[in-house]
Write a protein that binds this ligand. Structure first.
Ligand code: ADP
Length: 349
């Protein structure tokens, strides 16, 4: 209440008016009416001057700062941001500076909180993923040590199963290493002109048997008259395409197809991998490129994936300045696509 502009202005105005009137009364021969009028004029004008100064220059700006802090408390960052218009009023400038600083700090805190949640989830996921093959291998080895080693009917089978679990563990660790290297940017892409059609054919060669097991046909589509050469890291692109085609085989329909299309545009080649499988539900599409994210947790695991393939593909394509897109309608298959730059961009001189 004491800091209300009207109260402060009244006290200050009264002090000024009393001082002015006393000064006036000290002049010999000044009539009492004149002293009184001087008091009134000084009080009124000082009040108005002080009141408007406080109200418009100080209190209004302070209440704006308060309003911004209120919005920050409610995490309304957009509304909390102030206009950066040029303004000479130092109070307004101070207001802007404080608000901007507070908004940035609040945003940083929010980002750190999100990262902390992400880090915790990642550690939990990773422990879970590592635990599964280790426990399986441990189980088989202990059973063998406890006597199964002498049983010719199961010893080979258990050893093979233990070895398979450890191979899966090795694959997972390798994938994690690749992903972390890609994320920290420590892997250099060895970009060179690469015939994309040749890479597609190599991927098909490698996955032929897997596709045959599910009776999946591997198809390719391209315009033979147009060159499909892009500036890419051949090995890394192979990895991306292998993952997408393998996913199409694994998660698509039995007796279905996986098609890789290459479309040549002016500066880039568009690569699409399509299957006619069950598709990916809309609510999962946003998260599908996250590490360890699986649509159907148990079924995807049965199919032998580490849950890191798409996360790695996204990072590799990021390093090629490309973005992976997904179009999928449940029941209607999925299409993953991305663009690769045909020629190296010339640096402006
Ligand atoms: P995974 O190693 O589990 O295959 P990915 O990162 O390659 O890991 O894929 C993540 C998840 O996305 C899979 O577990 C699967 O649920 C889903 N998925 C990927 N590709 C397809 C597809 N073509 N059709 C349906 N689901 C898919």
């Amino acid at each position: 209440m004491f800091l209300q502009p009207r109260f402060v202005a009244t006290i200050l105005a009264l002090l000024i008016a009393v001082a002015t009137a006393s000064f006036c009364s000290m002049i010999p021969g000044t009539p009492k009416e004149t002293v009184f009028i001087t008091f009134l004029v000084a009080a009124t004008s000082s009040f108005l001057l002080i009141y408007f100064t406080i109200e418009f220059l100080i209190f209004k700006e302070l209440s704006k700062i308060n309003a911004v802090f209120e919005k920050l408390k409610k995490k309304d960052f957009k509304k909390a941001r102030l206009s950066t218009e040029f303004n000479m009023n130092p109070m307004k400038k101070l207001n802007n500076e404080i608000t901007l600083f507070a908004t940035l700090k609040q945003k940083e805190i929010e980002d750190l909180k999100k990262m902390e949640i992400y880090r915790r989830e990642f550690i939990a996921d990773m422990s879970h993923e590592l635990k599964t093959p280790i426990f399986a291998a441990q189980g088989y080895i202990h059973t063998l040590l406890d006597g199964a080693l002498d049983d010719p009917e199961v010893n080979q089978k258990f050893l093979k199963k233990a070895a398979k679990s450890l191979d899966g563990l090795d694959e997972l660790v390798q994938d994690l290493l690749i992903l972390s290297e890609l994320e920290t940017g420590s892997v250099k892409m060895k970009k060179e002109p690469t015939d994309l059609y040749m890479v597609v054919m190599e991927v098909f060669d490698q996955l032929e048997k897997k596709a045959a097991k599910r009776n999946v046909v591997l198809l390719s589509e391209r315009n033979v008259e147009k060159p499909m050469v892009a500036e890419v890291d051949r090995g890394k692109l192979f990895q991306v395409l292998r993952n997408l085609v393998e996913n199409g085989i694994k998660y698509g329909n039995e007796d279905g197809f996986v098609k890789v299309s290459l479309e040549s545009e002016k500066d880039w080649v568009e690569v699409s991998v399509t299957d006619d499988g069950p598709g990916i539900p809309e609510e999962d599409q946003r998260r599908i490129f996250e590490r360890f994210y699986r649509v159907e947790k148990s079924r995807s695991k049965d199919k032998g994936g580490s849950g890191l393939g798409l996360a790695i593909a996204k990072q590799i394509l990021d390093a090629h300045k490309s973005k992976i897109q997904l179009i999928s309608k449940p029941g209607n298959g999925s299409t993953f696509s991305f663009r690769l730059i045909k020629k190296k961009l010339e640096k402006p001189s």
